[in-house]
Design a protein around this ligand. Structure first.
Ligand SMILES: [Fe+2]
Length: 224
């Protein structure tokens, strides 16, 4: 399996969000189709790829913009935690206004709603959804055990963790999610929704702990 990282500029704001493409020969999975549908379309057409799944780490607008057109063009299943449903239906604010955009609801026909521990079979590659609420209530990480990689969305970055002050966010949940990840996935390489990737989670413990001390006045060392 190969992982390609795309750093996609959100057209309306200039902000950068990471999308990842997982390749299993000609079959692919897109994790967080941030924006610029044509980038994905060109790749799929030029390389004759078969898009099997789109995985969403959460439903914030900067992670889903190209999905509207992907759903029109391809017969693809979309995997997302069931607690993000309200945001996808535009019943909960997905932060569109921060990016100078208007929130648009999805038709959920092609969506498969998952829960903590559910697995997706990508042609023999097992991808496990892990619930990591905090940034949003339905935020998930996706874990590929064979490769020891973890796609962390906006739960954890290589320098910090996601905001908890946006709709459905929770500081208490975020702490629990951070502790859970360090307890069980320390030996994984992380691929976050923004910034650097391909960094071992255990190698950023001190940095994350400094942020936890500043924001939450807690010591991760004592919680793990
Ligand atoms: Fe986000």
């Amino acid at each position: 399996m190969n992982i390609e990282k795309l750093e996609i500029e959100i057209s309306s704001s200039g902000h950068i969000t990471n999308s990842y493409i997982l390749y299993n020969d000609k079959n692919i999975v897109i994790i967080d189709p941030a924006d610029k549908f044509n980038i994905f379309k060109k790749k799929i057409e030029d390389e004759k790829l078969n898009l099997e799944y789109v995985l969403l780490t959460h439903a914030h607008v900067d992670h889903i913009l190209a999905l509207y057109e992907i759903l029109k063009e391809y017969d693809v299943r979309v995997i997302v935690n069931k607690k993000e449903k309200d945001m996808l239906e535009a019943k909960v604010n997905n932060c569109a206004s921060i990016f100078a955009l208007k929130q648009q609801p999805f038709n959920l026909e092609k969506f498969i709603f998952v829960d903590d521990g559910d697995c997706i079979d990508f042609d023999g590659i097992n991808i496990k959804a892990i619930s990591t609420p905090g940034h949003t209530v339905g935020s998930s990480c996706y874990y590929i055990e064979d490769e020891k990689v973890l796609f962390t969305g906006d739960t954890i970055f290589t320098t910090s963790f996601g905001r908890t002050d946006l709709p459905t966010g929770s500081s208490e949940d975020m702490i629990n999610s951070i502790v859970y990840l360090f307890r069980h996935y320390s030996n994984c390489l992380i691929y976050p929704g923004h910034g650097a990737s391909n960094v071992k989670l255990s190698d950023i413990f001190d940095r994350i702990n400094r942020c936890v001390k500043v924001y939450f006045n807690l010591d991760l060392q004592k919680l793990i």
